[in-house]
Design a protein around this ligand. Structure first.
Ligand code: FAD
Length: 405
């Protein structure tokens, strides 16, 4: 093989970090690098709940890819991946095809509505800049219409959130910050607004320490959020949702002007539809993050599944893992091109923090439990650390959060 062509699909956490790190690990003579993404910008998914609630502008969550990658070293293709023909080392795009010697699949996640009736049609999902912007505008429109539209009803001001996992709880935290602003702006009595969270589990934030999760629930309840735990959304309709308490036969209708589903994600459909063997839609990668069927194909982030040694459950899909996988992958490309053995991926958990709006949060960082303002500050440190790793101090100054503390 002459100079190998490495093609990276997806410019999310995994794809962007892989691209940046590869240009540092490999010299221009060692490989050609191509990055393919459907938009010309990279966005931080972990900030999208803020854009969706309207507590930050969506432009704060995104940055032009050409401003972050070294465009002298990386060929950027803005296009949508349709499928991967891995027998012929080819990626099929909406507007053409690309050949590769090595492929990195980093296409991320899609919303998973588990076939619940009406959710695809009548609920929003926090998935991308476009969906976050749509949710913000929809909620604002409901408030703007309340006093101007003669047919407006109180239930138009009800927001139902499906799911109380990380993204659902973080979205609720932003909503409780945002609703008082909307009420002031549109002369709406705050007592008329309902925020209802529907969660099938008996508690919120399942993977978190219980005392921290209870802190989060109590804080959100103190701000007016109603939790319906042990309760399942059975159907979404143009008027709201129909829910069912576990063990009950009866359906309860919650009329709502906005329904946001945060209850599940699945891997991009592209690997499975392209014929890769998958485990619940994800490529179960080898210790050095390759497809077991094709050692020229790597998968990182939410399209990959990695099991900790001797564990029955895989690591959860998080930005933190996607970033660490990208770092491992870049190092391994250097080893591969130098004919050296690769290093297995070893996840080093640094903890997780869930924000509850601007000034509240909960989390565990390096085994220390945090709540309140220290946790909220730590969340901003985590967000800014990513920007620093990706684009250096300049990017932190442009997009970072700590200056807003
Ligand atoms: P993504 O970041 O999803 O990137 C995939 C990229 O591929 C995107 O740029 C997309 O546009 C592009 N793409 C997709 N399909 C195509 C196609 N067909 N053609 C071309 N381009 C395509 N994780 C944490 O660690 N901490 C958190 O606090 C946290 N909070 C979250 C809050 C919310 C609201 C959500 C939704 C998720 C949160 N997560 C969090 C999870 C985290 O965002 C994901 O695990 C992470 O984004 C996965 O990174 P990735 O690189 O695999 O994919």
């Amino acid at each position: 093989m002459n100079k190998p062509k490495i093609v990276i699909l997806g410019a999310g956490y995994g794809g962007m970090m892989a691209t940046v790190r590869l240009t540092k690990e490999l010299s221009a003579d060692e490989a050609d690098i191509t990055l393919v993404n459907k938009h010309n910008y990279h966005y931080q998914t972990t900030w999208l709940h803020e854009a969706a609630a309207g507590t930050i502008h969506h432009d704060r969550t995104r940055m032009l890819i050409k401003n972050v990658i070294n465009t002298n070293r990386v060929h950027f293709v803005q296009d949508t991946v349709r499928s991967i023909d891995h027998k012929n080392n080819k990626v099929i795009l909406k507007n053409g095809e690309i050949d590769y010697d090595y492929l990195v699949i980093a296409l991320g996640f899609e919303s998973n509505t588990f076939g619940i009736k009406g959710l695809d049609e009548h609920a929003f999902a926090i998935r991308s800049v476009n969906t976050a912007r749509k949710i913000r505008e929809h909620i604002e429109y409901r408030f703007a219409s309340y006093n101007s539209d003669p047919d407006a009803k109180d239930s138009d001001l009800t927001i139902v959130v499906g799911g109380a996992g990380l993204s659902g709880v973080e979205f609720l935290g932003e909503l409780v910050d945002r609703i008082p602003e909307l009420c002031r702006e549109y002369d709406v009595d705050p007592k008329k607004v309902r925020i209802v969270d529907v969660e099938g589990m008996p508690f919120v934030l399942p993977p978190f320490d219980r005392t921290l999760a209870e802190y989060a629930q109590k804080y959100l309840e103190s701000k007016g959020v109603e939790f319906k735990l042990n309760t399942f959304i059975k159907e979404a309709t143009p008027e709201g949702v129909k829910v069912q308490l576990k063990g009950s036969e009866e359906l309860e209708e919650i009329k709502a002007g906005t329904v946001v589903w945060t209850g599940g994600v699945k891997a991009s459909h592209i690997p499975e539809d392209s014929g890769f063997e998958t485990n619940r839609g994800k490529i179960q990668v080898t210790p050095d993050l390759r497809s077991p069927e094709d050692d020229h194909v790597f998968a990182i982030g939410d399209v990959a599944v990695v099991f900790p040694p001797d564990a029955e459950r895989p690591y959860p899909p998080t930005a933190q893992i996607a970033i660490q996988e990208a770092e491992n992958l870049a190092k391994n490309f250097k080893h591969i091109l130098h004919g050296e053995p690769t290093e297995p991926f070893v996840y080093k958990p640094k903890g997780t923090v869930a924000s509850l709006g601007e000034k509240e949060a909960i989390g565990v960082v390096f085994d220390h439990k945090l709540t309140g303002k220290p946790a909220a500050a730590m969340k901003k440190v985590i967000d800014d650390r990513y920007l620093l790793m990706l684009g250096g101090v300049g990017l932190v100054l442009k997009k970072g959060k700590l200056k807003f503390l």
